[in-house]
Design a protein around this ligand. Structure first.
Ligand code: SF4
Length: 89
């Protein structure tokens, strides 16, 4: 990582891929989980409420990283990562 950039934990983000087209002026891709379930319920990161289990972060400037429908490769709840974190792999 660029040494001028710091990683700060605990961001209170508000990110979704479910904003109605008439509410924003730019193109927004659709949440694949919402698309699969034909809903608008799933949000990536909602301030003070939740973080989607498929949320893998963001890339500059506004690129969402999403792993749906696969288990999150970054989550500590992913057995693969749990093994690494436990020193079992
Ligand atoms: S992280 Fe992916 S699956 Fe989760 S709400 Fe965002 S776009 Fe949808």
């Amino acid at each position: 990582m660029n040494p001028l950039i710091k990683e700060l934990k605990g961001a209170n983000m508000d990110i979704d891929m479910a904003t109605p087209k008439d509410k924003i002026l730019w193109h927004q891709d659709t949440c694949p989980w919402n698309e699969a379930e034909e809903t608008q319920d799933h949000k990536c990161a909602v301030k003070n409420i939740s973080l989607c289990p498929y949320f893998c972060g963001v890339n500059y400037m506004d690129i969402l990283l999403c792993c749906y429908p696969h288990p999150n490769p970054l989550s500590e709840e992913n057995p693969v990562n749990r093994g690494i974190n436990d020193g079992n792999l």
